[in-house]
Design a protein around this ligand. Structure first.
Ligand code: PLP
Length: 226
């Protein structure tokens, strides 16, 4: 009996994910370039990440400030054009580090955080891409502003803090049809005149693209199981 020892690599999977993104965009009548792949590298170390950068991927997502600060500086020294997106919850006492370290934050969800980020961007002279996280499933344990409060919160960020908000982000409840949440988030963003939509993970990024995702956050489909 012949044995197949070939192990699919993260680079093979990256290529497949990029092909699937392009196909989903095409099916939705969109350009593949209108969808940014954020490769979620949380829990994977520099040796696992480096081949993916070498294969051309430049945008990565991490969910913890400290973990990112520990493993990314040497990689960034090697590849200065890499962009890092914070996709996990943020404490206001980490705002200074987060603004210094990341290029985008997907999880702005309350006044205290928005104020801290605005203050740090001014103090550090940095401008990050910002997304407001919406708790579309209204789950008590989950981060994100409640949908009913989203409009006032975005207005507060824009008008009071002079923050430029790129778009909205959501993480649908695990046991619900994600399409419903993606459609809802897209409608909310459209009503507020926001162009960005950070939605879709390994299991549902193609659906998210059909509903207009501009940023898909894909981890395990590239790096393997965590
Ligand atoms: C871990 C994580 C992802 C990636 O999840 P996968 O299912 O591995 O693709 C996306 N978004 C957020 C907010 C995450 O924490």
């Amino acid at each position: 009996m012949q044995q197949n020892d070939y192990q699919e690599s993260a680079v093979d999977r990256l290529k497949r994910v990029n092909d699937e993104i392009a196909a989903a965009a095409k099916a939705a009548g969109r350009n593949a370039e209108s969808v940014e792949l954020v490769a979620v590298s949380k829990t994977f170390d520099a040796d696992a990440i480096r081949p993916v950068i070498e294969a051309g991927q430049r945008v990565f997502g991490e969910n913890r400030v400290q973990e990112a600060e520990r493993k990314w500086p040497p990689l960034r020294a090697e590849f200065p054009d890499v962009k890092l997106h914070l996709i996990g919850p943020l404490q206001s006492n980490k705002a200074k580090e987060a603004v210094a370290f990341f290029d985008a934050i997907h999880t702005i969800d309350r006044e205290k955080i928005a104020r801290a980020i605005a203050g740090e961007m001014t103090a550090q002279g940095r401008s990050l891409e910002l997304f407001v996280q919406v708790n579309t499933g209204e789950e008590p344990q989950k981060a994100g502003i409640m949908p009913g409060d989203a409009r006032a919160f975005v207005a507060f960020c824009r008008d009071d803090l002079k923050l430029e908000i790129k778009g909205l982000m959501c993480i649908p409840p695990v046991d619900e049809e994600p399409a419903v949440h993606f459609a809802f988030l897209a409608k909310l963003a459209r009503e507020m005149g926001l162009a960005g939509l950070s939605m879709g993970m390994s299991g549902d990024f193609e659906t998210a693209i059909a509903f207009g995702a501009t940023h898909v956050r894909v981890g395990s489909a590239i790096f393997g199981v965590r």
